[in-house]
Design a protein around this ligand. Structure first.
Ligand SMILES: C[S@@+](CC[C@H](N)C(=O)[O-])C[C@H]1O[C@@H](n2cnc3c(N)ncnc32)[C@H](O)[C@@H]1O
Length: 252
């Protein structure tokens, strides 16, 4: 169970909670002949799902999501939300989260504190080529490009909506950052002096193999929040708000 992607775990949890809530409803009816209202059943299902999510040690934001999932559907049904709204919401999610199901790397953004820590690792005067693997909305590269005029900055992103937004932002800002819509696995990391990644634990083993095979000796591999199992970093920068936000750097 723990090895399943979190999305599949969640599907199993929702189904189990539905079964358990139905069973509980059935068992309560025998001695008490009590017929709960639909919203009561839905709340019990949510509470069971949240408890299962907690027991399976899913990330902290999942139990509240599980609790609210079925109640939200019930509310939407009662509010008679038109079908196209669901379709639009689904398409929006697809455009933003694209291949997260396969890569197990969703979109979430790093903050200024992290960008400042990355900046502290970059050469002050030498020229260099920097790439953000999975560049999201482009924040890292925009910030660094302003501060390192001698650097060349690139971002690569598979999800269409974040990529488009970063291209548009680059246009409005007249930024010199180049954004590509490519899977980083298809790139040659030997083209870069600094490779930055803020991905997920699931992505790190393959990415580390790629970095080791391709990156030139002396270049820098930087990962925000996610270490490489069994490989101590050469530098570790703690970003004040906990271990989730640590910057790890390896000199290749
Ligand atoms: C956690 S976000 C980080 C965004 C940005 N780097 C930042 O620091 O704000 C990870 C991004 O990587 C993208 N991604 C995941 N796998 C990818 C791949 N194989 N190639 C390119 N982008 C990928 C996801 O779509 C997501 O936008």
């Amino acid at each position: 169970m723990a090895r399943l992607p979190v999305s599949l775990q969640s599907l199993v949890i929702q189904c189990m909670a539905l079964l358990l809530a139905t069973l509980l409803n059935f068992l309560l009816q025998i001695p008490f002949s009590y017929q709960p209202a639909l919203w009561q059943l839905v709340l019990v299902q949510g509470a069971i799902a949240a408890a299962l999510s907690f027991l399976w040690r899913q990330p902290a934001w999942w139990p509240p999501l599980h609790f609210g999932f079925l109640p939200a559907i019930l509310l939407a049904l009662q509010a008679s939300v038109p079908a196209w709204v669901y379709l639009a919401a689904f398409l929006l999610l697809v455009l933003f989260y694209w291949s997260s199901f396969r890569t197990r790397v969703p979109l979430y953004l790093s903050d200024r504190k992290a960008w400042q820590a990355v900046a502290s690792l970059l050469p002050a005067t030498q020229t260099f080529r920097f790439i953000d693997l999975g560049s999201g909305l482009g924040g890292v590269s925009f910030y660094l490009a302003q501060r390192f005029p001698q650097g060349r900055f690139y971002g690569t992103e598979t999800a269409p909506a974040p990529w488009l937004i970063s291209r548009l932002r680059a246009g409005f800002k007249r930024s010199r950052v180049t954004f590509m819509r490519r899977d980083y696995a298809t790139l040659d990391l030997a083209d870069f002096d600094v490779v930055f990644a803020f991905l997920s634990p699931a992505a790190m083993p393959d990415l580390w193999r790629q970095a080791q095979a391709q990156m030139r000796s002396g270049s820098l591999f930087v990962s925000l929040s996610f270490p490489v199992e069994g490989r101590l970093p050469d530098r570790e920068v703690s970003l004040a708000d906990g271990a989730r936000h640590t910057l790890y750097a390896w000199r290749m």
